[in-house]
Design a protein around this ligand. Sequence first.
Ligand code: ADP
Ligand code: MG
Length: 261
Amino acid sequence: MVLKMAELLIEDLHVEIEGKKILKGINLRFPQGEVHAIMGPNATGKSTLAYTLMGHPRYNVLRGDILFDGKSILPLSPDRRANVGIFLAFQNPVAIPGVTVANFIRTAINSHRKAQDSSAKGIPIPQFRKLMLEKMELLQIDSSMGGRYLNDGFSGGEKKRVEILQMAMLQPRMAILDETDSGLDIDALRIIAEGIEVLKSPNLGILIITHYQRILNYLKPDVVHIMVDGQIVESGSSDLASKLEQEGYDWVKGENGRRQI
Ligand code: ADP
Ligand code: MG
């Protein structure tokens, strides 16, 4: 069987929150199998884009569309978006004391299975354990992590590691990773970069959203987009990141329209 390649297409997307217009006409195409990065200064709407892609109810789409596999996902609830294979790692993941990492992930997998087939049974525990141990080994995560309460007292790096583990276990087709812009140390960046390298596959599209160019020292995305004031002002190869490192964002600000490198 030949599986159709998925693609996430964002067309002329305008989004407001609480009456304030944040995204002002975003056009982007993310094919499965590629790694893209969106970079930009703080408060330009990067997280707004991530939440809008996941269907957060506070973000109001004024115009435009988001298509996945050629179909609009705008009518879908966040749950249904997850079930068609879109995964969002939050910028600030919440702690859930009382729920272990393993239980959280197993519940999510079972909910996906149910969505695909309402008569599906939950993943058998031995199969789940085997899969989880495999992925933990692949991502060099200590197996004791599975028994800890989700994000409860986790360091920044541990939170990121567990996000990557969730991604590995849920096997989404499109993953959106909204990074913490501050407080991520070099180790946390390296963990994300290594995890992404390990999980890269023709069946997975990855969109990394970040304020920092540092992660791109560890990872070469296929395409880098620069967002300023709710618009994509540049798209190009990962060389764009080096330019940002040397010149900051000033050179892209105040440009009219979008230049191609
Ligand atoms: P970034 O992720 O690029 O730093 P955000 O998408 O978080 O940017 O924010 C873009 C703009 O939207 C900012 O000016 C921010 O203050 C505003 N914003 C974000 N969330 C809310 C909210 N819940 N209520 C009002 N304004 C918000
Ligand atoms: Mg943000």
